[in-house]
Design a protein around this ligand. Structure first.
Ligand code: ADP
Ligand code: MG
Length: 294
């Protein structure tokens, strides 16, 4: 099916980020609920068709760890992407609602993110480039899926990389303009796990001095010791070690395949593990229904 502007009815706004606005919509011909992302870009029409062409790779992505894609088109100069709607929101919003995640859920986050990264790279040679809590979506069965990965070179180039807010999940080597590999996404995963485990973005307020500006933050990411989790704060030795592996300098950092074999991720495919994650997701869903999440 071809996606068209006039076939979509907006149901509610889901959020807005650096690059665009996301809404829950109904696709009338198929009666399917979808998420529509509108990205405003300032480029020539020639580039528009190239972006749409590049986004088509997403039709070929078929993995439980990657968001489904329904199509993309240009509307009044904006890029419109129609994707699967995931019913339990993104991890950033869930973190704000529930507070720090228990370790089983951190395991599930790590497992799903690494599986998604491996799928994208092994099957399509895609590097995600924007792993962060708001780009990991939770469903009510406890599944987690990646969205907003860098499929279209032209789209990446067209979105001005403005820093909004006071956090960035960019690896030191990327900040320094060096090579960008799948390992950059592993760094982002490590930083995200520290945030989800503690409830706070590292480098921010858990040190004695908060960064004064984005420039200060970038300098700290490059120059300071990477953040870590400590067993004396109640985290398992396996989790602490896993995070350390993700937050090493590029050369010593694990790649996604190697990290999948880490002791922290043992047992992620057992029925007991899956039912525990499912129970947690069910409670999250219930809490979301009780109070609207922002
Ligand atoms: P950001 O990722 O920087 O927060 P986005 O514009 O990508 O900004 O997304 C805005 C919000 O929309 C996200 O924080 C997320 O909660 C929500 N969202 C994005 N995609 C989906 C989706 N497919 N299903 C449900 N919610 C989504
Ligand atoms: Mg996003």
């Amino acid at each position: 099916i071809t996606m068209r502007v006039e076939d979509l009815v907006t149901l509610k706004k889901l959020g807005a980020g650096n690059s665009g606005t996301v809404s829950k919509v109904l696709h009338i011909p198929s009666k399917k609920i979808m998420a529509r992302k509108v990205i405003h870009i300032e480029t020539k029409e020639l580039i528009h068709s190239q972006i749409i062409r590049e986004l088509r790779i997403m039709h070929e992505c078929d993995s439980p760890f990657i968001i489904d894609f329904f199509g993309a088109f240009i509307d009044q100069g904006d890029v419109v992407i129609c994707m699967e709607y995931v019913d339990c929101s993104s991890l950033d919003k869930n973190l704000r609602m529930t507070g720090p995640f228990p370790e089983v859920i951190l395991k599930q986050v790590a497992w799903c993110v690494l599986s998604g990264l491996n799928y994208l790279y092994d099957h399509h040679r895609i590097i995600h480039r924007d792993v962060k809590p708001s780009n990991v979506l939770l469903d009510s069965k406890g599944g987690m899926k990646l969205c907003d990965f860098g499929v279209s070179r032209e789209l990446i180039n067209s979105i001005a990389d403005t820093f909004v807010g006071t956090s960035t999940y960019m690896s030191p080597e990327r900040i320094q303009g060096g090579v960008y590999s799948v390992k950059g996404d592993v760094w982002s995963l490590g930083l995200m796990l520290v945030e989800l485990a503690t409830g706070k973005f590292p480098f921010g307020d858990n040190s004695n001095r908060a960064p004064d500006s984005i420039l200060d933050l970038l300098q700290r990411i490059v120059n300071e010791h990477p953040p870590s989790l400590k067993p004396e704060d109640g985290f398992s030795a396996d989790l602490c070690d896993f995070v350390d592996m993700c937050l090493k300098r590029e050369k010593e950092r694990g790649d996604p395949h190697k990290l999948m074999l880490h002791p922290f991720l043992q047992g992620c495919e057992t029925p007991e593990f899956k039912s525990e994650v499912k129970r947690w997701a069910k409670n999250v869903r219930r809490a979301q229904k009780g109070k609207a999440i922002k």
